[in-house]
Ligand binder design. Sequence first.
Ligand SMILES: [Zn+2]
Length: 391
Amino acid sequence: MIREIVTYDINRKDNPPVLTEKTRQVTDFKAQETIDCVNDLNDTLDELIRNEGNKRGAIGLSATQIGVDLAISAVTLGDKRYMFINPKLEEENGNSRLFRIGCFSLYKYRAMVRYNDDVVISYYDPEGNKQKLELKGDRSCVVQHEMDHLVGDLLFERLEHKKEDLFIPRESLYKDGKVPLRNHGPLFELRRRMGMQKVQSTPVFYSSLFNDYTDYRAYVKKAAEERKELLDMIVEHTPDKGKILEAGNGTGALSVCLSSKGYEVTSLQSDEDMKDLAVRINEQNETSVRYGIAQIDELPYEEKTFDTIFSYEVLETLDDETLLKALKEGLRTADKYIFMVPTIRIISNGLKGNERLRSANSWKDLLTKHGFTIIEEKITADGGNVIFVIR
Ligand SMILES: [Zn+2]
């Protein structure tokens, strides 16, 4: 029988207790309540997959989510349906990392949660036979999430930053029309000041890329197409096979693209989670970018280690003092600094909410006032960004 999903509303106090209480272990595999629960989980998960698909190759539903307090989770991995009865974590082999996850009981939300990358679990199948299974990547994440349901944890226990890491994804906000499809610069500023536009942390901003099923080749290709003007400028100002440093807190997509063109590229990320993601993007693209973690205004390199350094989607988030320090630091380690920053005319869905928007002229004034030499400047064709090459 297809059952209704029990949902949890984070803005309410009287949520159904079944979702947050520890379940009972199954002791009688032939008991009617066990058989009913298994059948209903199968039927309900089938229906959910019919409606939502299983793009990620791993999807699950636990007994508590259909209102039953038994330790049973149904999970589809690839084409195979597993019924995990009394599952138990036996081994944790890999490192933990961030995953982006949704939960049928927290319908419109997504979360960045930390799970082990590689685990071995034991469980009983519906016939009462004990089984073991090793799980990696998204599969590991999904099964651990279902096991959390069985001890009454929704994903709150796994969030590192309670407020920031549980979020309504940008893509569905756009769809509902709550955020304008196109954010005109000054309007965006106004929305931000009025608290209508939330500042998103870097992992949350890039959350849609955190799952293993993401096609990182397509992602890099698209990112490179969208930043073609910046890429051309970097290529123009860097000698053949030259050394390039990307300083920023993103995914390093342009680094991957430049590596594929034969440059020797080093890419700096802001933290381990972003570095992990960048490394996976690099691996899937079979390029050879080197990665490190550093603050943009404190680079761990000798004078003039690189021919060029570039940044985008980062300098506009810094205050003036840090920005100027970052530019000086960049020019200590490289001959030229190439960077792209948004102007007040930016029209983009890709803003994090903490950008300080200024006009191209105001950027120019700031640079010349502080003694930087502008070798080239170019406003992008859409007028929304300006690219500077300075030394
Ligand atoms: Zn769930």
